[in-house]
Every structure is written in structure tokens, then in C-alpha cells.
Ligand binder design. Structure first.
Ligand code: BGC
Length: 386
């Protein structure tokens, strides 16, 4: 699905983005405590000098930008929202930032309000990619451009651009980690694996799953990897709302049925950290064998702690500061009547055609490099991980 050439171009683009784009926003992103699972808006915790510095409008244009985020329950969206707000303000825009508690109707009504309150552009991380068609038709009628943030909005011709991390590459890296750690090409096996992916309404989940399964499926087919539960297809391994509790109870049931007799579980492919956390909680409570390889994504604090404690093998680091920088550049270009920078015009068809996209590069994190990636870069403070 993804081309090596694009990856190579991406690497170059991302180095540039990291050097230029993130540099200016590091202070804002790092002085803010990474949000715990809290109901408080982290934006309110932004350092005062950031708020004081934000000009109301600049000659760059200004105007009100609506930013719709799915939920505060997951750490990353708090960081995404906060980074977007800070960086948009730095660029001279006003911001209406809303979180929708993972409730589709709430997100729809928040977007309706943004339209009626005079937002000039909408940035939306959707809860369910298929549920925004009607409200976005209103945006289109009102001439308001829409940027899909991290998750593609499906079946709506109102979507102007999409910015995300390379979701297929996320899955590929997870699958390759399992392949390489178990040395599947040389070891005799067979090895037992279980699979957990994300919400079926999130287009990303299929890309994560697809990327990982393109690596792992051949080993399942040849019998070197065995899925004792028999759950392999996307629908069977999906986790509604990416819920930790749902993943945990599914893992509880799998352990009780297939691993309670001492059968060794060698690996669990988890598409992200919230599902990985559920799996880890379940294993800690009910599994007595040698701890399996577990993948994840987001480098959430709880999961990085587990990585340090040997309970999670790896996570994918998606620097939310980088994505925010990219999206703010998109916003600025569109608001000035120009075209936004994109680096992929073939991977993401939302049902109405290809949406021009900018794909940031996800990075692999494990016990060996997390300090450099997460602490030296200022993403977390050392104390956050203790
Ligand atoms: C994001 C992941 C996140 C998941 C659950 C996905 O769309 O890309 O980073 O872990 O949603 O919120």
C-alpha cells in the first residue's frame, strides 16, 4: 500500500519538520504536564507566557479555527488539542477547541456550533469517520474548509486535506517487531500469538491491522504463528472505542479458555497503547507463564512505564507536536488562499476520492531508545515516567 519512495521522501521531510517546525513549539509542549486521564482541559494548563504571547491576529490573517477532538480519556488527544491550540495561537489564530467524550452526537453538535459561531476552518479528529457527512455538508455550503486530523473522515466531499502519521507504517513496524523478536524466519516455533486492534469506526484501525498482518499473516498461514483463540479477522479482533476495559475482558476470556493450563503465549499484537494496557492488566491478573512480547502505539505514560518495567516490549512514538506543526502549516496555507503541503496523493480515499494527505513518520520506541526519543526531545520529563 505504501511505497518505499514515499517513506524516503517522508524521512527527509520529517527531519526538516522536526528541525524547523517542532523547535519553536517545544517549550509549549514540554512545559505542559502530559495529561493524565483527567477531565481537565490541558489547554488550561498551558504555561501563562504562551497565553500572554498569543497575539489576537497578525498580518498572517487570523480568524477563528474550530478544533474538534474525540475524547480527553486518552492521553494523546489531550496533547494533540493542547499542541494545536498553542501553535495556532502562535500563528495568529483564535481557537475553539472542543472534546466530545467519544460521543458522536456531541461531536456533531460541537461542529454545528463551530460553523454557526463563525469558524473559518475546521480541524477534526473524528470519533466515527462515517458520521459527519451531514454536518460537513453544512460546512461546505458555508465555504468552510475541513482538515481531517489523524483520522480520515469518510464519505464526505467536504474534506479538503488529511494530516496523519503513516498508519500503515505503524502496523508494519509492530508486525516486524514481532517477526524479528521471535526470529520467525529461523526459529522452529510454533509460537502462540493473539491479536487486538482498534475501533471499527476508525479508518486508522484497518491500516494498523493491515500493515501488521501483511507481515504476520504468512507465518500464520504456514503454522509458525498460531492464534489459539482463532480470532484473526479484523472484525473479530477489533476493540470498540479502543477501550482498555474491553481489551482487558477479551484477554481475560482468551486466557481462561486457552492459556490457563500453562500454555505459553508468545506475543500479543496490540494496535495501540490503550488496548495494550488492557491486555497487560489481564495478563498480570490471570496469566502465570513467561511474559509475552506486546506491541503498542502512542507512548502513553502508563505504557512507557510498563515498557521500563518489562511489561510492554515496544510502542510507536507519534510526536503530537510534529503533527500539530504540520496541521498548523496546512491551516495557514488554506487560510491564505494557497495550497497546503502534502506528501501523499494515493493512499487515502475517503469514498469520494483521494484526499491529499501529509503523512508524518512514526518512530519505533523501546527500552533502548525511549530516553532519547521521549525525554531528551522534551516530550516527557523524567519524573513523568517514575
Ligand atoms: C490514533 C491512535 C490512537 C487511537 C485511539 C487512532 O486513530 O491514530 O494514535 O491510539 O486512535 O485513540
Amino acid at each position: 500500500m505504501k511505497k518505499k519512495v514515499i517513506s524516503a521522501l517522508l524521512s527527509v521531510a520529517m527531519v526538516a519538520t522536526l528541525l524547523v517546525g517542532c523547535g519553536s513549539s517545544n517549550t509549549a509542549a514540554t512545559t505542559e504536564a502530559p495529561a493524565k486521564e483527567t477531565t481537565e482541559a490541558p489547554a488550561a494548563e498551558a504555561p501563562s507566557e504562551e497565553t500572554a504571547e498569543a497575539p489576537a491576529e497578525t498580518e498572517a490573517g487570523g480568524g477563528l479555527i474550530g478544533v474538534a477532538m474525540p475524547t480527553k480519556d486518552l492521553q494523546r488527544w489531550n496533547q494533540d488539542g493542547s499542541n494545536m491550540e498553542t501553535q495556532l495561537k502562535e500563528a495568529g489564530y483564535e481557537v475553539d477547541l472542543q472534546y466530545a467524550s467519544n460521543d458522536i452526537a456531541t461531536q456533531v453538535s460541537q461542529i454545528e456550533n463551530m460553523i454557526s459561531n463563525g469558524c473559518k476552518l475546521l480541524v477534526i479528529a473524528s470519533i466515527d469517520g462515517d458520521s459527519l457527512g451531514t454536518v460537513l455538508a453544512q460546512a461546505k455550503d458555508a465555504g468552510i474548509p475541513v482538515i481531517a486530523y489523524d483520522r480520515l473522515i469518510m464519505n464526505s466531499d467536504a474534506v479538503t486535506y488529511y494530516a496523519t502519521f503513516d498508519n500503515y507504517m505503524v502496523g508494519t513496524k509492530q508486525g516486524e517487531y514481532i517477526r524479528d523478536t521471535l526470529d520467525l524466519d529461523n526459529a522452529k516455533g510454533p509460537f502462540n500469538i493473539e491479536i487486538f486492534t482498534g475501533d471499527p469506526g476508525d479508518n486508522n484501525a484497518r491500516f494498523f491491522y493491515g500493515g501488521a498482518m501483511d507481515v504476520l499473516q504468512p507465518y500464520i498461514d504456514e503454522g509458525k504463528l498460531v492464534v489459539k483463540s482463532g480470532s484473526v479477522e479484523f472484525e473479530k479482533v477489533a476493540t470498540a472505542n479502543w477501550s482498555t476495559e474491553t481489551a482487558q475482558s477479551r484477554m481475560d476470556a482468551i486466557i481462561a479458555s486457552y492459556y490457563a493450563d500453562g500454555t505459553k503465549l508468545d506475543a500479543v499484537l496490540c494496535s495501540n497503547d490503550s488496548t495494550a494496557l488492557g491486555v497487560e492488566n489481564s495478563l498480570a491478573a490471570a496469566y502465570t507463564g513467561e511474559w509475552p512480547i506486546i506491541t503498542g502505539q502512542d507512548c502513553d505514560i502508563a505504557n512507557v512505564k510498563n515498557m521500563i518495567n518489562g511489561k510492554q516490549s515496544m510502542s510507536i512514538f507519534k510526536d503530537t507536536r510534529t503533527l500539530a506543526t504540520q496541521v498548523v502549516q496546512m491551516v495557514d496555507a488554506v487560510m491564505k488562499g494557497g495550497e497546503a503541503p502534502v506528501n501523499d496523493t494515493e493512499s487515502y480515499d475517503n469514498g469520494t476520492g483521494i484526499i491529499p494527505s501529509y503523512l508524518c513518520e512514526p518512530v519505533f520506541a523501546d527500552i533502548n531508545n525511549y530516553k532519547e526519543l521521549l525525554i531528551d526531545s522534551g516530550y516527557y520529563k523524567e519524573a513523568d515516567l517514575q
